[in-house]
Design a protein around this ligand. Structure first.
Ligand SMILES: [Zn+2]
Length: 299
Protein backbone atom coordinates (compact mmCIF):
# COMPACT_ATOMS: atom_id res chain seq x y z
CA UNK A 1 0.00 0.00 0.00
CA UNK A 2 1.45 3.34 -0.92
CA UNK A 3 0.12 6.81 -0.85
CA UNK A 4 -0.30 7.09 -4.57
CA UNK A 5 -2.55 4.10 -4.44
CA UNK A 6 -4.46 5.53 -1.54
CA UNK A 7 -4.96 8.79 -3.36
CA UNK A 8 -6.09 6.96 -6.45
CA UNK A 9 -8.53 5.00 -4.37
CA UNK A 10 -9.85 8.16 -2.78
CA UNK A 11 -10.29 9.79 -6.15
CA UNK A 12 -12.10 6.79 -7.46
CA UNK A 13 -14.35 6.77 -4.47
CA UNK A 14 -15.08 10.44 -5.02
CA UNK A 15 -15.82 9.81 -8.67
CA UNK A 16 -18.03 6.96 -7.65
CA UNK A 17 -19.94 9.11 -5.21
CA UNK A 18 -20.43 11.81 -7.79
CA UNK A 19 -21.39 9.72 -10.73
CA UNK A 20 -22.93 6.63 -9.30
CA UNK A 21 -26.33 8.21 -9.29
CA UNK A 22 -27.00 5.85 -12.08
CA UNK A 23 -27.39 2.51 -10.48
CA UNK A 24 -30.48 1.30 -8.79
CA UNK A 25 -28.59 -1.56 -7.32
CA UNK A 26 -26.43 1.19 -6.08
CA UNK A 27 -23.86 2.32 -8.54
CA UNK A 28 -22.55 0.10 -11.24
CA UNK A 29 -22.11 3.08 -13.46
CA UNK A 30 -19.18 4.99 -12.18
CA UNK A 31 -16.87 7.05 -14.27
CA UNK A 32 -14.38 4.29 -14.03
CA UNK A 33 -16.64 1.73 -15.55
CA UNK A 34 -18.63 3.62 -18.08
CA UNK A 35 -15.98 4.29 -20.59
CA UNK A 36 -18.53 5.61 -23.00
CA UNK A 37 -19.62 8.23 -20.50
CA UNK A 38 -23.17 7.23 -21.05
CA UNK A 39 -24.44 7.43 -17.54
CA UNK A 40 -27.52 9.49 -17.11
CA UNK A 41 -29.11 10.79 -13.94
CA UNK A 42 -31.88 8.74 -12.47
CA UNK A 43 -33.73 11.52 -10.77
CA UNK A 44 -36.13 12.11 -13.58
CA UNK A 45 -37.11 8.50 -13.55
CA UNK A 46 -40.56 7.13 -13.50
CA UNK A 47 -43.18 8.25 -11.08
CA UNK A 48 -44.19 4.77 -10.15
CA UNK A 49 -42.39 3.09 -7.34
CA UNK A 50 -42.41 -0.16 -9.21
CA UNK A 51 -40.57 -1.63 -12.08
CA UNK A 52 -37.51 0.33 -11.22
CA UNK A 53 -34.12 -0.25 -12.59
CA UNK A 54 -31.93 -2.38 -10.44
CA UNK A 55 -28.80 -0.99 -11.94
CA UNK A 56 -29.09 1.87 -14.24
CA UNK A 57 -30.73 5.15 -14.52
CA UNK A 58 -33.43 4.43 -16.90
CA UNK A 59 -36.42 6.65 -16.98
CA UNK A 60 -38.68 4.18 -18.64
CA UNK A 61 -42.01 4.15 -16.87
CA UNK A 62 -42.86 0.82 -15.45
CA UNK A 63 -45.56 -1.10 -17.13
CA UNK A 64 -46.56 -3.35 -14.34
CA UNK A 65 -46.62 -3.00 -10.61
CA UNK A 66 -44.21 -4.93 -8.49
CA UNK A 67 -46.79 -5.45 -5.83
CA UNK A 68 -47.35 -8.99 -6.93
CA UNK A 69 -44.13 -10.01 -5.28
CA UNK A 70 -45.82 -9.44 -2.00
CA UNK A 71 -46.79 -12.67 -0.42
CA UNK A 72 -44.95 -14.76 -2.94
CA UNK A 73 -42.00 -15.09 -0.74
CA UNK A 74 -44.02 -16.46 2.07
CA UNK A 75 -43.44 -19.77 0.44
CA UNK A 76 -39.74 -19.69 0.02
CA UNK A 77 -38.70 -22.00 2.79
CA UNK A 78 -35.60 -23.53 1.27
CA UNK A 79 -34.78 -20.28 -0.39
CA UNK A 80 -33.90 -19.25 3.08
CA UNK A 81 -36.41 -16.67 3.97
CA UNK A 82 -36.70 -16.22 7.65
CA UNK A 83 -40.30 -15.44 8.21
CA UNK A 84 -39.90 -12.44 10.38
CA UNK A 85 -41.44 -9.22 9.36
CA UNK A 86 -39.48 -6.22 10.40
CA UNK A 87 -40.11 -2.59 10.81
CA UNK A 88 -38.43 -0.06 8.68
CA UNK A 89 -37.80 2.54 11.30
CA UNK A 90 -36.23 4.90 8.84
CA UNK A 91 -39.19 5.26 6.58
CA UNK A 92 -41.86 4.49 9.09
CA UNK A 93 -43.56 2.59 6.33
CA UNK A 94 -45.25 -0.65 6.98
CA UNK A 95 -42.79 -3.27 5.95
CA UNK A 96 -44.55 -6.39 7.05
CA UNK A 97 -43.64 -7.93 3.78
CA UNK A 98 -39.91 -7.45 4.19
CA UNK A 99 -38.14 -10.55 5.31
CA UNK A 100 -34.56 -11.32 6.16
CA UNK A 101 -33.15 -14.25 4.25
CA UNK A 102 -31.96 -17.04 6.50
CA UNK A 103 -29.45 -18.57 4.11
CA UNK A 104 -27.68 -15.64 2.51
CA UNK A 105 -24.80 -17.87 1.41
CA UNK A 106 -27.03 -20.19 -0.62
CA UNK A 107 -26.27 -19.71 -4.31
CA UNK A 108 -29.99 -19.71 -5.04
CA UNK A 109 -30.79 -17.11 -2.38
CA UNK A 110 -33.64 -14.78 -3.25
CA UNK A 111 -32.80 -11.13 -2.68
CA UNK A 112 -35.23 -8.51 -3.88
CA UNK A 113 -37.36 -5.64 -2.64
CA UNK A 114 -39.09 -7.85 -0.11
CA UNK A 115 -36.25 -10.18 0.81
CA UNK A 116 -33.15 -8.67 2.31
CA UNK A 117 -29.77 -9.93 3.36
CA UNK A 118 -28.86 -9.75 7.04
CA UNK A 119 -27.09 -6.45 7.71
CA UNK A 120 -24.01 -8.28 8.89
CA UNK A 121 -23.74 -10.55 5.89
CA UNK A 122 -20.56 -10.54 3.91
CA UNK A 123 -19.70 -13.33 1.47
CA UNK A 124 -16.75 -15.28 2.83
CA UNK A 125 -15.27 -16.53 -0.40
CA UNK A 126 -14.95 -13.47 -2.61
CA UNK A 127 -12.28 -13.70 -5.29
CA UNK A 128 -11.27 -11.77 -8.39
CA UNK A 129 -12.54 -13.60 -11.45
CA UNK A 130 -9.91 -13.76 -14.15
CA UNK A 131 -11.92 -11.90 -16.77
CA UNK A 132 -11.61 -8.47 -18.34
CA UNK A 133 -13.52 -5.57 -16.84
CA UNK A 134 -14.40 -2.22 -18.32
CA UNK A 135 -11.93 -0.64 -15.91
CA UNK A 136 -8.37 -1.43 -14.91
CA UNK A 137 -8.42 -0.73 -11.19
CA UNK A 138 -8.49 -3.41 -8.54
CA UNK A 139 -11.83 -2.47 -7.09
CA UNK A 140 -14.28 -4.22 -4.83
CA UNK A 141 -16.72 -4.48 -7.68
CA UNK A 142 -14.51 -6.99 -9.47
CA UNK A 143 -15.18 -9.55 -6.83
CA UNK A 144 -17.51 -12.49 -6.92
CA UNK A 145 -17.96 -15.55 -4.81
CA UNK A 146 -15.58 -18.32 -5.75
CA UNK A 147 -18.08 -20.61 -7.43
CA UNK A 148 -19.68 -17.78 -9.38
CA UNK A 149 -16.29 -16.43 -10.39
CA UNK A 150 -15.20 -19.80 -11.79
CA UNK A 151 -18.46 -20.07 -13.71
CA UNK A 152 -18.05 -16.54 -15.02
CA UNK A 153 -14.60 -17.35 -16.36
CA UNK A 154 -16.06 -20.24 -18.34
CA UNK A 155 -18.94 -18.11 -19.58
CA UNK A 156 -16.63 -15.37 -20.78
CA UNK A 157 -14.34 -17.92 -22.40
CA UNK A 158 -17.24 -19.40 -24.35
CA UNK A 159 -18.47 -15.99 -25.46
CA UNK A 160 -15.01 -15.11 -26.64
CA UNK A 161 -14.83 -18.33 -28.62
CA UNK A 162 -18.00 -17.24 -30.37
CA UNK A 163 -16.34 -13.92 -31.19
CA UNK A 164 -18.38 -11.98 -28.67
CA UNK A 165 -15.87 -11.03 -26.00
CA UNK A 166 -17.45 -9.72 -22.83
CA UNK A 167 -16.31 -7.44 -20.04
CA UNK A 168 -17.43 -7.13 -16.46
CA UNK A 169 -18.89 -3.80 -15.43
CA UNK A 170 -19.76 -4.28 -11.77
CA UNK A 171 -20.03 -7.35 -9.59
CA UNK A 172 -19.82 -7.39 -5.79
CA UNK A 173 -20.89 -4.42 -3.75
CA UNK A 174 -20.54 -4.41 -0.01
CA UNK A 175 -23.39 -3.59 2.32
CA UNK A 176 -21.49 -0.47 3.33
CA UNK A 177 -21.11 0.67 -0.25
CA UNK A 178 -24.77 0.12 -0.95
CA UNK A 179 -25.67 1.99 2.21
CA UNK A 180 -23.46 4.92 1.31
CA UNK A 181 -24.87 5.15 -2.17
CA UNK A 182 -28.46 4.76 -1.06
CA UNK A 183 -28.16 7.31 1.72
CA UNK A 184 -26.63 9.76 -0.66
CA UNK A 185 -29.62 9.41 -2.95
CA UNK A 186 -32.00 9.86 -0.04
CA UNK A 187 -30.24 13.06 0.96
CA UNK A 188 -30.29 14.31 -2.57
CA UNK A 189 -33.79 13.40 -3.70
CA UNK A 190 -35.65 12.24 -0.63
CA UNK A 191 -36.44 8.69 0.27
CA UNK A 192 -39.48 8.21 -1.92
CA UNK A 193 -37.61 9.29 -5.02
CA UNK A 194 -34.49 7.36 -4.10
CA UNK A 195 -36.44 4.16 -3.69
CA UNK A 196 -37.49 4.38 -7.29
CA UNK A 197 -34.02 3.95 -8.65
CA UNK A 198 -31.84 2.65 -5.85
CA UNK A 199 -31.93 -0.59 -3.95
CA UNK A 200 -31.95 -0.21 -0.20
CA UNK A 201 -28.97 -1.65 1.63
CA UNK A 202 -29.43 -5.39 1.96
CA UNK A 203 -31.74 -5.54 -1.02
CA UNK A 204 -29.21 -5.45 -3.83
CA UNK A 205 -28.24 -8.72 -5.44
CA UNK A 206 -24.79 -7.31 -5.92
CA UNK A 207 -24.28 -7.70 -2.18
CA UNK A 208 -24.50 -11.47 -2.54
CA UNK A 209 -21.34 -11.69 -4.64
CA UNK A 210 -23.38 -13.74 -7.09
CA UNK A 211 -24.43 -10.99 -9.49
CA UNK A 212 -22.55 -9.13 -12.16
CA UNK A 213 -23.38 -6.51 -14.73
CA UNK A 214 -21.66 -7.23 -18.01
CA UNK A 215 -21.12 -5.56 -21.35
CA UNK A 216 -19.43 -6.30 -24.63
CA UNK A 217 -15.67 -5.87 -24.39
CA UNK A 218 -15.97 -2.41 -25.92
CA UNK A 219 -17.93 -1.29 -22.87
CA UNK A 220 -20.57 0.15 -25.15
CA UNK A 221 -24.07 0.15 -23.68
CA UNK A 222 -22.73 -0.91 -20.28
CA UNK A 223 -25.77 -1.17 -18.02
CA UNK A 224 -27.84 0.63 -20.63
CA UNK A 225 -31.04 -0.33 -22.36
CA UNK A 226 -29.24 -0.44 -25.68
CA UNK A 227 -27.30 -3.49 -24.49
CA UNK A 228 -30.44 -5.54 -25.05
CA UNK A 229 -30.12 -5.11 -28.81
CA UNK A 230 -26.53 -6.31 -28.97
CA UNK A 231 -25.33 -9.70 -30.16
CA UNK A 232 -23.72 -10.16 -26.79
CA UNK A 233 -27.06 -9.85 -25.03
CA UNK A 234 -28.64 -12.36 -27.37
CA UNK A 235 -25.75 -14.73 -26.83
CA UNK A 236 -26.08 -14.38 -23.09
CA UNK A 237 -29.80 -15.02 -23.14
CA UNK A 238 -29.08 -18.21 -25.05
CA UNK A 239 -26.02 -19.50 -23.23
CA UNK A 240 -25.78 -18.04 -19.74
CA UNK A 241 -27.73 -20.88 -18.14
CA UNK A 242 -25.21 -23.42 -19.41
CA UNK A 243 -22.80 -21.80 -16.98
CA UNK A 244 -25.24 -21.34 -14.14
CA UNK A 245 -26.31 -17.75 -14.77
CA UNK A 246 -29.73 -16.28 -15.44
CA UNK A 247 -30.81 -12.95 -16.87
CA UNK A 248 -32.25 -11.98 -13.53
CA UNK A 249 -34.60 -9.22 -14.65
CA UNK A 250 -36.20 -10.42 -17.86
CA UNK A 251 -38.34 -8.36 -20.16
CA UNK A 252 -42.00 -8.23 -19.21
CA UNK A 253 -41.45 -9.55 -15.69
CA UNK A 254 -41.20 -6.23 -13.92
CA UNK A 255 -44.34 -6.99 -12.02
CA UNK A 256 -42.70 -9.99 -10.44
CA UNK A 257 -39.07 -9.01 -10.04
CA UNK A 258 -39.77 -5.37 -9.22
CA UNK A 259 -37.19 -4.30 -11.78
CA UNK A 260 -37.25 -3.31 -15.38
CA UNK A 261 -35.60 -5.46 -18.01
CA UNK A 262 -31.87 -5.59 -17.41
CA UNK A 263 -30.24 -7.71 -20.08
CA UNK A 264 -26.83 -7.00 -18.56
CA UNK A 265 -27.48 -8.14 -15.01
CA UNK A 266 -26.44 -11.77 -14.60
CA UNK A 267 -27.09 -13.73 -11.48
CA UNK A 268 -25.35 -16.96 -10.65
CA UNK A 269 -27.71 -19.61 -9.25
CA UNK A 270 -25.93 -22.81 -10.29
CA UNK A 271 -26.30 -24.76 -13.52
CA UNK A 272 -29.25 -26.97 -12.55
CA UNK A 273 -31.31 -24.09 -11.19
CA UNK A 274 -30.44 -21.81 -14.09
CA UNK A 275 -31.44 -24.43 -16.64
CA UNK A 276 -34.67 -25.18 -14.82
CA UNK A 277 -35.53 -21.48 -14.66
CA UNK A 278 -34.93 -21.07 -18.38
CA UNK A 279 -36.83 -24.23 -19.23
CA UNK A 280 -39.81 -23.12 -17.18
CA UNK A 281 -39.59 -19.58 -18.48
CA UNK A 282 -39.87 -18.17 -14.99
CA UNK A 283 -38.14 -15.68 -12.76
CA UNK A 284 -36.18 -16.59 -9.66
CA UNK A 285 -39.14 -15.37 -7.61
CA UNK A 286 -41.48 -17.78 -9.34
CA UNK A 287 -39.00 -20.60 -9.30
CA UNK A 288 -38.44 -20.29 -5.59
CA UNK A 289 -42.15 -20.11 -4.93
CA UNK A 290 -42.90 -23.14 -7.06
CA UNK A 291 -39.99 -25.24 -5.89
CA UNK A 292 -40.83 -25.16 -2.26
CA UNK A 293 -43.75 -26.47 -0.28
CA UNK A 294 -45.74 -23.66 1.15
CA UNK A 295 -45.04 -23.07 4.80
CA UNK A 296 -46.88 -19.94 5.59
CA UNK A 297 -45.81 -18.17 8.70
CA UNK A 298 -48.25 -17.23 11.37
CA UNK A 299 -48.35 -13.52 11.05
ZN1 LIG B 1 -26.81 -5.34 -11.61
Amino acid sequence: MNSRRTTAAALLLAAFMLVSAACGDGGSKTQADTAAGTSTPPASSNTSSTGTSADASKSKPSETPAASTNGQNQASGTAGVKQTAQTDTKSGKKTDDIQVVANPADVAVLVNKTNKLPDSYKPQDLVDPNVPFTFKEKLEKRKMRKEAAAALEKLFEAAKKDNLPLAGVSAYRSHETQKTVYNRYVQKDGEAAANKYSAKPGHSEHETGLAIDVAGSSGKCAAQDCFGATKEAKWLAEHAADYGFIIRYPEGKEGITGYQYEPWHLRYVGVDTAKAIVKQGVTLEEYVKNAVPVTKPKS
